[in-house]
Ligand binder design. Structure first.
Ligand code: ADP
Ligand code: ADP
Length: 233
């Protein structure tokens, strides 16, 4: 579903590539975890999937990244929006409307989904993420874990086949992080969504992963393996 072929990304003015020599194959319905310390290139790697790299952040991308067969360099992020949903680190900066329900509908509106389908998908997603009771609440009044679930829901209503998440639990306490990870696990198992997720700590999330991409140092090609192999490193 996601394929990297010898990918490197170099930002303008940088002496060294931010990521180098990435080869990766993520099958449909798997959860792939990208782990490494801050500044090592995790967001850059994720951005090459959602198209933020190179279209919105700049950077020279060598090699090839395809998502569901679409080359992310020749397709604008807008042309990938029906396939790839992206959730950044800070849900509040992601929100464009006031309430939970409006937030879940927004992405579909901009893609022209018919109103009846929109209503049904909002209900399904509220239910899936345990947000039904909170539907009329202002997003700003929610806890961190609830906000993160709304941010995930706002891209899920589009029914993306791929979900890209940049450190979705980093700002959360352990209980809220568990809430979010449980939702992701359900998506992978029940809906066959392919998930690519960055985290700076391996321990918390490794049990949920099918594949782990370890980025140890800036510009060093990542090492890929199963969670068991990576725990042994
Ligand atoms: P991580 O997500 O692991 O913290 P990033 O991918 O954000 O790492 O950053 C990797 C390197 O690329 C860092 O040195 C960072 O400063 C640099 N970088 C990230 N985004 C940009 C950008 N838009 N322009 C220039 N340099 C960038
Ligand atoms: P519609 O376009 O009529 O909403 P779909 O064919 O897109 O229906 O989806 C059919 C069913 O698949 C829905 O009931 C929904 O629960 C489920 N589904 C598939 N993928 C997703 C997803 N990524 N997020 C949420 N639900 C999904």
């Amino acid at each position: 579903m996601i394929r990297f072929e010898d990918v490197s990304v170099t930002y303008e003015g940088a002496a060294e590539p931010a990521v180098r020599g990435v080869g990766l194959d993520i099958p449909e319905g798997e959860l792939c975890l990208v782990v490494g310390p801050s500044g090592v290139g995790k967001s850059t790697l994720l951005g090459a999937v959602s198209g933020l790299v190179p279209h919105f952040t700049g950077g020279l991308l060598r090699g090839r990244v395809t998502v569901a067969g679409r080359d992310t360099r020749t397709h604008r992020p807008r042309e990938l929006a029906d396939v790839v949903g992206t959730v950044g680190q800070d849900p509040l900066s992601h929100f464009v409307t006031d309430t939970v329900e409006d937030e879940l509908a927004y992405g579909m509106e901009s893609l022209g989904v018919p109103p009846e389908t929109m209503r049904r998908r909002v209900e399904e997603t509220l239910d899936l993420l345990g947000l039904t009771e909170l539907r009329d609440r202002p997003t700003a009044s929610l806890s961190g874990g609830q906000q993160q679930r709304v941010a995930i829901g706002s891209v899920l209503t589009v029914h993306p086949r791929v979900l890209v998440l940049d450190e979705p639990t980093s700002a959360l306490d352990p209980g809220a992080a568990e809430e979010v990870l449980a939702v992701l696990q359900r998506l992978v198992h029940d809906l066959g969504t392919t998930v690519l997720m960055a985290e700076h700590r391996l321990e918390r999330v490794v049990q949920y992963a099918d594949q782990v991409v370890l980025m140890a140092a800036p510009g060093v090609p990542p090492v890929t393996g199963t969670p068991a192999e990576m725990m042994a490193v």
